[in-house]
Design a protein around this ligand. Structure first.
Ligand code: FDP
Length: 333
């Protein structure tokens, strides 16, 4: 990487970006996520030394075990977004109710949905985790967070940070998907992956196959198809699954193939998904679509799913466009 590579702040200030108040706010929020990521990366690197691993004891409002880093991540993310002065509300995985920020009003105000520390089961084993965010325009209503409800197509921007061997920030504001790597010496994110284009087809699928018995029949048949041997069509695909959505989506974005978290169809009248629509499925759907990929629930485009609740869940099949199209076909059979 050349030291001269564009920084995240320079990229966000490019002349081709719109100069409307809302777009300025989007740039402020993404830039703030960059600075927040430096702080989170530092804390993750020292979590075992600072007694920040493990659970706080107890579960959150949706029944998940809460890790100390989840709580810390939520607090620093909310404080950082409040500080921007342009964020009117935050929907965060760790708070049952959105956090309203009434000081941020005006034509450029935005609402941010975020999972500050995603993939937290990887925390205690020094595995990769991430931060995910989606940004929407605040529509001036009260409560401001209500602007987060609606389809994912309403997102102005989305992105994630992956805390792995290096810290990588990937974002889209609707003009392609761009990746930056943290230069730890200067604390700057520099452009290392401009205009990412996902391969049309891949050779890898990522899914928690232990849940196979609960899947929709189309999902089961599709995974069996990927595992069947057929040289002509490049099968079998290889399985890779890290257990952290950010790491699995990042690999899929760069190398192609699929990341899938389908719903549990044990009761076909009430399929139960795991991942959250507002701060996992919709942001990642936008990032992948902007890189030329596709994101589906198996039954519809993921970005068309309308959020009616802040912590709504949705299934996801995302990745290379030809691979996702093939998955959709299996669901239709
Ligand atoms: P986690 O439960 O560890 O926080 O929704 C969160 C998530 O991780 C995703 O990051 C990940 O893709 C998925 O859940 C992993 O779920 P499984 O452990 O059920 O495979």
């Amino acid at each position: 990487m050349a030291d001269s590579a564009m920084t995240l702040s320079e990229h966000l200030a490019r002349p081709q970006s719109s100069s409307s108040p809302t777009h300025k706010s989007v740039a402020i929020v993404i830039e703030r996520f960059g600075r927040l990521a430096v702080e989170i990366a530092q804390e993750l690197a020292h979590a075992a030394l600072r007694g920040r691993l493990g659970t706080v004891g107890g579960t959150n409002f949706t029944g998940d075990q809460v890790k100390k880093m989840d709580v810390w991540g939520h607090e620093v993310a909310v404080a950082a977004l409040r500080e921007t002065g342009v964020c009117a509300a935050v929907v965060s995985e760790e708070a049952a109710e959105p956090v309203e920020m009434p000081d941020a009003v005006g034509p450029g105000a935005v609402v941010v949905c975020t999972d500050p520390v995603d993939g937290s089961s990887n925390l205690d084993v020094n595995g990769s985790v991430g931060t995910i965010f989606g940004v929407r325009a605040a529509d001036g209503k009260t409560p401001a967070a209500a602007a987060a409800l609606g389809p994912g197509t309403q997102q102005l921007a989305a992105g994630y940070v992956m805390y792995g061997p290096s810290t990588t920030l990937v974002y889209t504001a609707g003009h392609g998907t761009h990746g930056f790597t943290l230069d730890r010496a200067s604390g700057e994110f520099r452009l290392t992956h401009p205009d990412i284009r996902i391969p049309r087809r891949g050779k890898v699928y990522g899914i928690n196959e232990g849940n196979g018995h609960t899947w929709h029949p189309g999902q089961r048949a599709f995974v069996e198809h990927l595992k069947a041997q057929d040289k002509a069509t490049g099968r079998p695909y290889s399985l890779r699954y890290s257990g952290a959505m950010v790491a699995d989506v990042h690999r899929t974005l760069l190398d192609g193939g699929l990341f899938m978290y389908p719903a549990d169809w044990s009761d076909p009248k009430k399929p139960k998904a795991k991942l959250r629509l507002l701060y996992e499925v919709a942001p990642m759907g936008m990032v992948v679509e902007q890189a030329g990929g596709r994101a589906s629930t198996g039954l519809e485009r993921a970005l068309d799913v309308v959020a009616t609740e802040y912590h709504q869940r949705a299934s996801i099949i995302l990745g290379s466009p030809d691979d996702v199209a093939m998955a959709d076909e299996f669901y239709r059979r």
